[in-house]
Design a binder for this molecule. Structure first.
Ligand code: 5GP
Length: 362
């Protein structure tokens, strides 16, 4: 199989995206427009010189991405930009044959522009509903993010906000994401917040073990329900103290799906290269993994590209790719009826696709 035909197959494949942050998932075109608009509004051309994406072979350590995110938050700080980001991103995923998207974001309060937490979430919801009214062929759900840099009180308020929308968004808001710089704070402090979110019926997608945070990851996994793990880069590494593999054992035993963001991990140097990505470890153990972009704008990728990279790195066949994509439906936070609808959609496409039993290198 040539690379081109594999690439085409990955594009044609119906896909699910479960780990993508709103403020890092812009297209180049949307970014350009929003940067130009902001430069004009603030009469500050400096914004145009900020580095806001990682280009090809442009690897930067993870802490540099958090500096970059701070710049992005200065650009995307009003209702217009949040609407535009959400609306464009939904269309772009649909154009990449993504049929189900969970979009996560940290609500912002920006008094200068009138942005408040409820306005932020309402704006995302408005964009989702507008896309639905246009019959864009994609189901969208929202996770509200807790930024671990902001402390436990803010996290509690975030859960209250999410709880309100869980009952007042026609089922669009479904859960909580826990993210932010993994080098800041201790996830252990957030355990009561996660427990309360779970009790309220919110789904939990938690960034864990992106870096070797063994202690906090163990505490969270032992004491909390966790529906999916974001990255989980160091879960299968032996703990530095006693060399035990307790994290790996818990995750395998609880069968917690891993959101694997290969390009993001390679570009932020938490993983050496695609071939050494931990996807391989979990995949070989038949453990649920879902291929995701993390931030298709910042990391310059697409879901189709993540499938291509996985196929090339681990010699996955078309059937393997199909199965990965189909199994991802099981790990969405959608209702059972939406999952059934998605399975039927995959079924319709399957007969039209050439799913040969050969590996991509054969
Ligand atoms: P937003 O929530 O503003 O829509 O998306 C950007 C935010 O998502 C960042 O400020 C950060 O809190 C979080 N984020 C984006 N990418 C990553 C990542 O790779 N790891 C972690 N821990 N957080 C991330």
């Amino acid at each position: 199989m040539t690379r081109q035909s594999l690439k085409e197959f990955c594009y044609q494949l119906p896909k699910v995206e479960l780990h993508t942050h709103l403020n890092t998932s812009f297209s180049d075109k949307t970014l350009q427009e929003l940067v130009d608009r902001k430069a004009k509004l603030d009469d500050n051309s400096e914004y145009r010189s900020w580095k806001l994406t990682f280009t090809e072979n442009d690897n930067c350590p993870i802490d540099e991405s958090f500096t970059l995110f701070t710049f992005l938050h200065k650009i995307f700080n009003d209702e217009y930009s949040i609407y535009k980001l959400t609306y464009d991103i939904i269309h772009e995923y649909a154009a990449d044959n993504v049929k189900y998207l969970e979009l996560r974001s940290t609500p912002k309060d920006v008094p200068e522009t009138g942005l408040t937490w409820p306005v932020y979430v309402d704006t995302m919801l408005r964009a989702v509903r507008d896309c639905r009214a246009e019959e864009v062929d994609i189901v969208v759900r929202i996770l509200i993010s807790i930024d671990r840099r902001k402390g436990v009180d803010v996290a509690r308020q975030t859960v209250s906000l999410a709880d309100r929308y869980l009952h007042d968004s026609d089922g669009i808001v479904v859960g909580i994401d826990f993210s932010g710089d993994p080098q800041v704070g201790d996830a252990t402090d957030y355990i009561p917040v996660f427990q309360s979110a779970h009790e309220k019926g919110l789904k939990l997608a938690l960034h864990l073990a992106e870096i070797p945070n063994f202690e906090e990851t163990l505490n969270v996994l032992k004491q909390c329900h966790c529906d999916r793990i974001g990255h989980g880069t160091c879960l299968n590494q032996p703990s530095p103290g006693d060399g035990r593999k307790e994290l790996e054992e818990i995750v395998l035993q609880k069968k917690i799906p891993i959101e694997a963001c290969m390009t993001s991990n390679v570009k932020t140097k938490t993983v050496r290269d695609y071939e050494s990505h931990h996807l391989d470890f979990w995949y070989k153990r038949n453990h649920p993994v879902v291929l995701c972009t993390d931030g298709k704008g910042v990391y310059q990728t697409t879901v189709s590209n993540e499938y291509l990279q996985a196929a090339e790195a681990f010699n996955l066949s078309r059937q393997n790719l199909w199965d990965l994509s189909f199994d991802s439906i099981n790990h969405t936070f959608a209702s059972d009826s939406v999952k059934s609808m998605l399975r039927a959609k995959w079924g319709e496409v399957k007969s039209k696709m050439d799913i040969s039993p050969y590996g991509c290198n054969s």
